[in-house]
Ligand binder design. Structure first.
Ligand code: NOJ
Length: 572
C-alpha cells in the first residue's frame, strides 16, 4: 500500500456507521479489541497472528464493528504480553511482518473497519536499543538520561531509591551490574524489570514518540490507544509518595505536566486528513481529574473503568452512568463503555459472583461463581452499554460469552501479575485464552497446530462461533443484532439520555424521541411502558414483563417521565 493512498483512506472510505459527519465516527463507534495472540492463528504455530485476523475479517464485518483496537503487535520479548516494546517500527515475527500489518489495515478498510493501535509511552522493553545502550554505557553516560537511573541510598548504594509500589506489586527499582561486574545504579520500572520507565523530561523521548505516531498514521491507522496514559511524568526529585498527594502532584501518577504531552500528540493527530484519534487508558478515581485528559485539545476519548468496576447493582450502575456523563459533558467529550478487556476478569464470570465488582487487588483463585447467572447478567449488560451515549468497546470473546478460564495449569501461566503477587493473584491469562471458532474439540479451529498456546476448556465446544452463529438465542446473535440495531437507530448515536421514573432495581432511560432501554436488576418483574414494542431483549419476557437480570430495547410512543416503569410482584 502506498503511504499516500492509505493515509487518505484511513477515514475516507471506512465508516459504515450512520454518521453523516465521518470525522466524528469515533463519538459513537463500536470498537473491537483484538488480543492478537489469542484471536486466530494463520501460520499454524499455535499462536494468533495478523494472517489469522485477515482471514477472519468477514467475521468482524458481520459483527458490525467500526474499528479494531490491536494490543501491541511490535517486536517484543513478550515479558508482558507485548507491553514491553523492543521496536515500534517492526512487527513481532510471531505476529507477521510490517507488510502484513499494512495489508491488514487496508483490507479492514475494505470492510469499512478502521484500525487503532496501541502505543506504550511509559516504558519500553529492556531489549529496546535505547535501554541496551544505556546499560552498556555505564553510570553517568548520557544514554542513561532517557531512563530513570539512580544511585542507591545509603553508604553502599544498597538501599532502594524510593519505596514506590509497582502496579504489578513489589518494588519499582532494580539494581544493575556495572560493566566491570560491580553492583551499579538502580533503574525505575513501574511495571516489571523488563519494562524500564522512560524519562519524559528528556527531549528524545517526546520526539521519538511523535515520530512513531507519524510512522503509523502514515500507514493508515485511524488512531492510537495510549497505554498507562497517566503515568508518564515523574517528579524528578523522586520523593516518597505522600499520604494524600495534592491533585497533580503525586510523584508518578496524573501529574499536571502530562497534559502538554497529549496536546502535542493531538496536534500531530490533527495534522492528518482525516484527523487521527487518541484514546487514553486512564485509571483515575476522580472523574474531574479524568476529564482533564479529554479537553478539546487533548485526547478524544478515554476508557471508562469506573463503570466496568461497579457491581451488578442498579444504584451503583446508575451512579456511575450519571457521574460519567456529567464529567464528560463538562469537556464536551463522549463517554466510553467498556465491560472488559485483556486485563480484567471476563464479565460472564465476574457477574456470576456474589461480589460482582472488579478490583485487581481482590482477584483470587477459587471464588464461587454461578455462570448461569453471570451469563444472563452479561447479556443484559451488553444491551445496557450498547444503549448508552458514547462509544462502545467489545473485548474479543465477550461476544461469545466466554468465561474466565480459572483452571489453567499453573506451569502454563505467563502473566507477571500472577508471579509478582507471589501466586495470590491468578493473573490475566484466564481472560486471554484463544477463541473457539469451530468444531467439537480443542483447539476449535483457532490453529492448525495440535494445541493453542493456552489450552481451551473442552466445554467451549458449546461456545464456538460456528455453533453460536446458527443459534438465535446465542450470545453471538445477541451481539450481532444489538450492533446492527445500534447502527441504524439514530437516537443511539446522538439522542440525549433521559432517565425515566422507575423502581430502584430498574434502570430505565430514553434516547431521543422514541427509544427506551430498561434493565431489571431486581427480583420482581417490571412492567413495560404502555404502547411500547420490543426491538430486542437479552432474554425472554415473562407474561409481557421484564424478569430479573434482563434488558430490553423498546420503541415507545411516549418516552417521557410519565412512562412509569413499575416492578410488580409475580403473583399480583
Ligand atoms: C495496561 C495494559 O492494558 C496491560 O496489559 C499492561 O500490562 C500494562 N498497561 C503495562 O503496560
Amino acid at each position: 500500500m502506498t503511504e499516500h493512498g492509505s493515509a487518505a483512506r484511513a477515514g475516507g472510505s471506512a465508516g459504515n456507521g450512520r454518521h453523516a459527519d465521518q470525522a466524528s465516527w469515533w463519538r459513537s463507534a463500536v470498537i473491537y479489541e483484538i488480543y492478537l495472540r489469542s484471536f486466530a492463528d494463520g501460520d499454524g504455530d499455535g499462536s494468533g497472528d495478523l494472517a489469522g485476523v485477515r482471514s477472519r475479517l468477514p467475521y468482524l464485518r458481520d459483527l458490525g464493528v467500526d474499528a479494531l483496537w490491536f494490543t501491541p503487535w511490535y517486536r517484543s520479548p513478550l515479558a508482558d504480553g507485548g507491553y514491553d516494546v523492543a521496536d515500534y517500527r517492526s512487527i513481532d515475527p510471531t505476529f507477521g511482518t510490517l507488510a502484513d500489518a499494512e495489508a491488514l489495515i487496508s483490507e479492514a478498510l475494505d470492510h469499512g473497519i478502521r484500525t487503532i493501535i496501541d502505543v506504550v509511552p511509559n516504558h519500553v522493553s529492556a531489549d529496546h536499543e535505547w535501554f541496551r545502550a544505556a546499560l552498556a554505557a555505564g553510570p553517568g553516560a548520557p544514554e542513561r538520561d532517557r531512563f530513570w537511573f539512580h544511585p542507591g541510598r545509603g553508604d553502599t548504594g544498597d538501599a532502594i531509591p524510593t519505596h514506590w509500589v509497582s502496579n504489578f506489586a513489589g518494588p519499582t527499582w532494580t539494581r544493575t551490574t556495572n560493566p566491570d561486574g560491580t553492583p551499579g545504579e538502580w533503574y525505575l520500572h513501574l511495571f516489571t524489570p523488563e519494562q524500564p520507565d522512560l524519562n519524559w523530561n528528556h527531549p528524545d523521548v517526546g520526539a521519538e514518540h511523535e515520530d512513531v505516531l507519524r510512522f503509523w498514521f502514515d500507514r493508515g491507522v485511524a488512531g492510537i490507544r495510549i497505554d498507562s496514559a497517566a503515568l508518564l511524568i515523574k517528579d524528578a526529585a523522586l520523593p516518597e509518595v505522600p499520604a494524600s498527594p495534592a491533585p497533580g502532584r503525586h510523584p508518578h501518577v496524573d501529574r499536571d505536566e502530562l497534559h502538554e504531552v497529549y496536546r502535542a500528540w493531538r496536534a500531530v493527530a490533527d495534522s492528518y486528513d482525516p484527523p487521527r484519534i487518541l484514546v487514553g487508558e486512564v485509571w483515575l478515581p476522580d472523574p474531574a481529574r479524568f476529564a482533564r485528559y479529554l479537553r478539546p485539545d487533548e485526547m478524544h476519548t478515554a476508557f471508562n473503568f469506573d463503570f466496568m468496576a461497579r457491581p451488578w447493582v442498579a444504584k451503583e450502575l446508575r451512579e456511575s452512568i450519571d457521574t460519567t456523563l456529567e464529567a464528560h459533558g463538562l469537556v464536551g467529550a463522549p463517554a466510553t463503555w467498556v465491560l472488559s478487556n485483556h486485563d480484567v476478569t471476563r464479565p460472564v464470570t465476574r457477574y456470576g459472583r456474589e461480589d460482582s465488582s472488579f478490583a485487581f487487588a481482590a482477584k483470587r483463585f477459587g471464588v464461587p461463581t454461578d455462570l448461569r447467572v453471570g451469563r444472563r447478567r452479561a447479556r443484559a449488560a451488553a444491551l445496557l452499554t450498547a444503549a448508552l451515549p458514547g462509544s462502545l468497546y467489545i473485548y474479543q470473546g465477550d461476544e461469545l460469552g466466554l468465561p474466565e478460564v480459572e483452571d489453567l495449569p499453573r506451569e502454563l501461566l505467563e502473566d507477571p501479575m500472577h508471579f509478582r503477587s507471589g501466586g495470590r493473584d491468578p493473573g490475566r491469562d484466564g481472560c486471554r485464552v484463544p477463541l473457539p471458532w469451530s468444531g467439537d474439540r480443542a483447539p476449535f479451529g483457532f490453529t492448525e497446530a495440535d494445541t493453542a498456546w493456552l489450552p481451551q476448556p473442552s466445554d467451549w465446544a458449546q461456545l464456538t462461533v460456528e455453533r453460536q452463529a446458527g443459534d438465535p438465542g446465542s450470545m453471538l446473535c445477541l451481539y450481532r443484532t444489538a450492533v446492527a440495531v445500534r447502527r441504524r437507530e439514530g437516537a443511539l448515536h446522538d439522542g440525549a439520555l433521559r432517565w425515566l421514573d422507575s423502581d430502584g432495581d430498574v434502570l430505565a432511560f430514553s434516547r431521543g424521541a422514541d427509544f427506551v432501554c430498561l434493565v431489571n436488576l431486581g427480583p420482581e418483574p417490571a412492567a413495560l411502558p404502555e404502547g411500547s414494542s420490543v426491538l430486542l431483549a437479552s432474554d425472554d419476557l415473562v407474561d409481557g414483563r421484564l424478569p430479573q437480570d434482563t434488558a430490553v430495547w423498546l420503541r415507545t410512543a411516549r418516552p417521557h417521565r410519565s412512562a412509569q416503569i413499575r416492578s410488580v410482584p409475580m403473583k399480583e
